[in-house]
Design a protein around this ligand. Structure first.
Ligand code: FAD
Length: 296
């Protein structure tokens, strides 16, 4: 099928994109990489009467370190994160690992991080990573800029905190050198994950956990955090492998027990729970190992 007819606007700057959205927000959609929007339009699941193309706005494509933060423009493409050796990504290996799990090479070379977050798929690697990294998402409109913490951003089935006239302009990512990981399972390489788990552990100098984050995809209508399971990890001594593994197992078990899933064409609820437990355990073990390696 082909998309229904639409008007096309090519924004040459972020300001122009914001202004076009202010004028046409009700019936317009932002076009970034087009890797989700265009298939949806071709299937007539989306019928916007206008597209505002933000792919030619230089300010939105910037990726740079600003102090302890990675300032990431909305149209930075997935492929750019794959290069773990890029100087601006040196401290964020987990971002490169996550990027490589997104779809296939042609999708990664067009799709953008802002597009993934605005789309808000429950299994999206970027959505999960933003939750565990405590990222802040910038939403810009004629009314100004709102800074939205990732944990307030995902609000339901393909629903985010963005208003119709707001442009997701940038993401602020606290740079964390160690302790983040993502584990997922999909039927074929490149498919969306059936279940995915992202984790981050922050530890003090004695390798005691001060902050723990667990986010899960494919187990709810939106990407979600698991705060009760996170609590189990606080204070854990990562140099003590036995107590670490006990806490990791308990957290994994709590995640599997607390998710509300039903059978669907991709997996039974029982299978999804098993995956949830296994993947949380895998990701947390990697996060813990990361700290031990860094401490050696
Ligand atoms: C076969 C296939 C496999 C895939 N596998 C995966 C996968 O494993 N993991 C994964 O995460 N994704 C996967 N994707 C989706 C892909 O990552 C997309 O790139 C991503 O979901 C959307 O990014 P985009 O830049 O292409 O956005 P678009 O398709 O251009 O836009 C998506 C939505 O976000 C809105 N939007 C985009 N940018 C902004 C902005 N800056 N401000 C406000 N609204 C905006 C659009 O209006 C639209 O509603 C897959 C896609 C395909 C076709």
């Amino acid at each position: 099928m082909k998309a229904a007819s639409f008007a096309y606007h090519r924004a040459e700057s972020k300001e122009e994109a914001v202004s076009l959205l202010s004028e046409h927000g009700d019936d317009a959609k932002v076009l970034a990489g087009g890797q989700s929007l265009i298939p949806m339009m071709n299937l007539r699941l989306a019928r916007p009467s206008r597209l505002i193309d933000i792919g030619h706005c230089p300010e939105l494509a910037q990726l740079e370190r600003v102090g302890g933060t990675l300032a990431c423009g909305a149209t930075v493409r997935h492929v750019r994160f794959e290069r773990a050796d890029a100087p601006e990504l040196a401290a964020c290996r987990a971002l490169s690992d996550a990027a490589r799990l997104i779809g296939h090479a042609p999708i990664r070379s067009r799709g953008t991080i802002g597009g993934s977050l605005a789309h808000g798929d429950s299994s999206s690697e970027w959505c999960l990573m933003m939750l565990v990294l405590d990222a802040v998402i910038q939403a810009e409109s004629g009314r100004g800029v709102r800074r939205i913490p990732a944990h307030d951003f995902f609000q339901g089935f393909f629903t985010t905190a963005l208003a119709e006239d707001e442009l997701l302009s940038a993401i602020e990512l606290p740079l964390t050198t160690v302790g983040s990981a993502l584990a997922e399972h999909s039927r074929r390489r490149g498919d969306f994950a059936i279940v995915a788990a992202a984790t981050r552990l922050v530890a003090d100098q004695r390798l005691r956990v001060t902050t723990a984050r667990i986010a899960m995809g494919g187990v709810a209508s939106q990407p979600i955090r698991m705060p009760s399971a996170e609590d189990v990890l606080h204070g854990v001594d990562l140099t003590d492998r036995r107590s670490t593994m006990e806490a990791v197992s308990e957290a994994a078990h709590m995640c599997a027990a607390s998710i509300q899933v039903s059978d669907d064409i991709h997996a039974s609820s029982q299978y999804r729970r098993r995956l949830a437990s296994t993947l949380v355990r895998q990701a947390l073990s990697r996060s813990a190992q990361d700290w031990r390696t860094a401490g050696d």
